[in-house]
Design a binder for this molecule. Structure first.
Ligand SMILES: *[C@@H]1O[C@H](CO)[C@@H](O)[C@H](O)[C@H]1NC(C)=O
Ligand SMILES: *[C@@H]1O[C@H](CO)[C@@H](O)[C@H](O)[C@H]1NC(C)=O
Ligand SMILES: *[C@@H]1O[C@H](CO)[C@@H](O)[C@H](O)[C@H]1NC(C)=O
Ligand SMILES: *[C@@H]1O[C@H](CO)[C@@H](O)[C@H](O)[C@H]1NC(C)=O
Length: 532
């Protein structure tokens, strides 16, 4: 009897919470327009063969209730304790610093005008090489210690997915980084999907890319040491790579001659010709922080001495977050990015992407790396599963109250993307006041955009950049046993569009339209959610 009453109360509470959350979500969600998924709502519901399911979905927002099951990161069940409690905050001591100097780098002058790409033709500041200051201030990423979905190589990812228009295979083989754009022909980008060949719930190896976990550092992050700042980074104990080695895009160390920050080459560094042998020798030593998955560095010269260095990080899978034990928001393919804005070679601001928004920090407020080759470089934290980027370790609640929905970061393996990246220069119009998402509209994409590989990797593939479609599966139909939707939130959502759609022409450092306030301390950043 007592138990029965308890169960009854629990059910009522859950239902009330449910409706409360729906209302709250709608209230808090800054984007009142419907998502791509919601537009296709009616069609999606109709895919269910069960009348009861369709009605529960239409009228109560409970879609695919019978499909619900735990969705652990690893199968078979191997539950990990994700929350390790609130980690010590790294406080910025500049909280009340009202910034005397007007941050003119914060907003490119000439709002309302279109600065055409041609405007900086012949300008000596148009750099073909990756400027050294970009590498000197390259970000360092703390991945989560219990992460199950590590950085992935986009080249590798494309071998495990196949082109779809909605839920229909296009039966195309042989699309890779060089010719991915050929899929655009005859299709709207929003209908194109790179659908995984395997069931993601089987957790195939490529999905988790555990082999791309960064190599641990020999020297763990040293404790606070005032002398560390005096270290010289020019010294190089390893052999210089040959010209031939430097010419290959996969050279993990980029232009070795100009390298100041990079780790010394290991003594047994091998030429690309020995690449095959390398593959056969998985124990091949690499410098600490190295991941076999290259990051993508895109440099956008915005004129007036302002250069934006976009670092893109790709993961084959985004494991959504759980609310009340139910997982939402999984998707295949996950593009995250950070932006470091320079003015005349000085780093000014760092933007951290998180979900549909993100936060911009003053460069001086962001935690800096310690140890040889890491000194002074901004440190970013990538949340478990979602890979959203934050400036500090700990719990980062968003959208829902009481921390019911939160990203978690910690000082897990440190990834140095500057040890392995594909570098490009991108020429685009400055999108004053426009939202990143507006650019997905093909009618706006009429501006002349150019992408060139940087001098350090002249043969870097280009086709993938122009692909207009999604880098993962279309959200599964309601009839698919893997799919559910409660409170408007799907278990599986669409894979993301490529980096080209992240508003690289932004005038302010934030990705989205609206207020872009530069956060001046880590403490202040902790208080602000992505909505702010
Ligand atoms: C809201 O999201 C939809 C789809 O994700 C997008 O088309 C729309 O432009 C967004 N609106 C705003 C104001 O961000
Ligand atoms: C920018 O675009 C113009 C013309 O569209 C081109 O001539 C120039 O080389 C481009 N610059 C870069 C860095 O791509
Ligand atoms: C894909 O689905 C959308 C929405 O249901 C539809 O408008 C579009 O025509 C479909 N495209 C293809 C190529 O099937
Ligand atoms: C792809 O092949 C399958 C089976 O051979 C076929 O049913 C389907 O219609 C094909 N799709 C396209 C777009 O040609």
């Amino acid at each position: 009897m007592y138990n029965l009453r308890r169960i009854g109360i629990a059910v009522v509470l859950i239902v009330l919470t449910w409706f409360g959350l729906t209302a709250l979500h709608q209230h808090l969600d800054p984007n009142t327009s419907k998502s791509e998924e919601e537009y296709e709502d009616a069609q999606w519901i109709a895919t269910s063969t069960y009348w009861l399911d369709r009605q529960a979905c239409r009228w109560m927002g409970l879609c695919g209730l019978a499909h619900w099951q735990p969705d652990p990161a690893v199968k078979p069940w191997n539950k990990r304790v994700l929350s390790r409690g609130q980690q010590k905050l790294l406080d910025g001591d500049e909280d009340d610093q009202a910034d005397a100097d007007f941050p003119d780098w914060d907003h490119i002058p000439g709002d309302g005008e279109r600065l055409q790409p041609g405007d900086w033709d012949g300008d000596p500041r148009v750099l073909k090489d990756v400027p050294q200051y970009v590498l000197d201030h390259a970000p360092l990423i703390h991945l989560y210690s219990g992460e199950r979905f590590w950085p992935s190589d986009i080249r590798d990812h494309l071998t495990h997915v196949t082109a779809y228009a909605n839920h229909t295979s296009l039966n195309v083989s042989h699309v890779g980084l060089d010719n991915l754009h050929t899929l655009n022909e005859g299709y709207r980008g929003r209908d194109l999907f790179m659908h995984s060949k395997e069931d993601v719930e089987e957790r195939p190896d490529w999905l988790s890319s555990a082999y791309n976990k960064p190599i641990p550092y020999d020297d763990p992050e040293p404790e606070e040491d005032p002398d560390m700042g005096e270290l010289e980074y020019g010294e190089d104990t390893g052999d210089e790579p040959s010209e031939e080695e430097l010419e290959t895009w996969f050279d993990p160390l980029g232009d070795g001659k100009k390298r100041k920050v990079a780790q010394p080459l290991p003594n047994n560094y091998r030429s690309p010709r020995q690449d095959l042998r390398k593959r056969l020798l998985p124990e091949m030593p690499k410098p600490g922080g190295y991941s076999p998955a290259p990051a993508v560095l895109v440099i956008v010269d915005k004129g007036n001495g302002i250069v934006d260095a976009f670092w893109f990080y790709f993961y084959s899978y985004n494991l959504g977050t759980t609310v009340l034990g139910i997982r939402f928001g999984n998707h295949v393919g996950d593009w995250e990015h950070s932006l470091i804005r320079f003015q005349n070679g000085e780093p000014k601001a760092v933007f951290f992407s998180a979900h549909s928004g993100g936060l911009a920090y003053a460069h001086k407020a962001v935690e800096k790396g310690k140890g040889k080759g890491r000194e002074g470089r901004p440190v970013l934290y990538s949340a478990v599963g979602s890979h959203a980027m934050y400036a500090q370790p700990g719990k980062h609640p968003y959208v829902l109250p009481f921390g019911m929905l939160a990203d978690v970061t910690d000082k897990g393996p440190l990834w140095d993307p500057a040890l392995n990246y594909l570098a490009y220069h991108f020429n685009t119009s400055i999108t004053h006041g426009a939202d990143a998402k507006a650019i997905t509209n093909p009618s706006i994409a009429t501006m002349q955009e150019t992408l060139q590989p940087a001098a350090s990797n002249p043969n870097a593939p280009l086709g993938w950049w122009w692909f207009k479609g999604h880098w993962g599966d279309k959200f599964y139909e309601l009839s698919d046993l893997r799919q559910w939707r409660f409170v408007g939130q799907y278990h599986y959502v669409n894979g993301p569009l490529g980096p080209r759609y992240k508003n690289l022409g932004r005038s302010r450092v934030c990705q989205s339209r609206g207020v872009c306030r530069i956060v001046n301390s880590l403490q202040e950043g902790k208080k602000r959610s992505w909505i702010g």
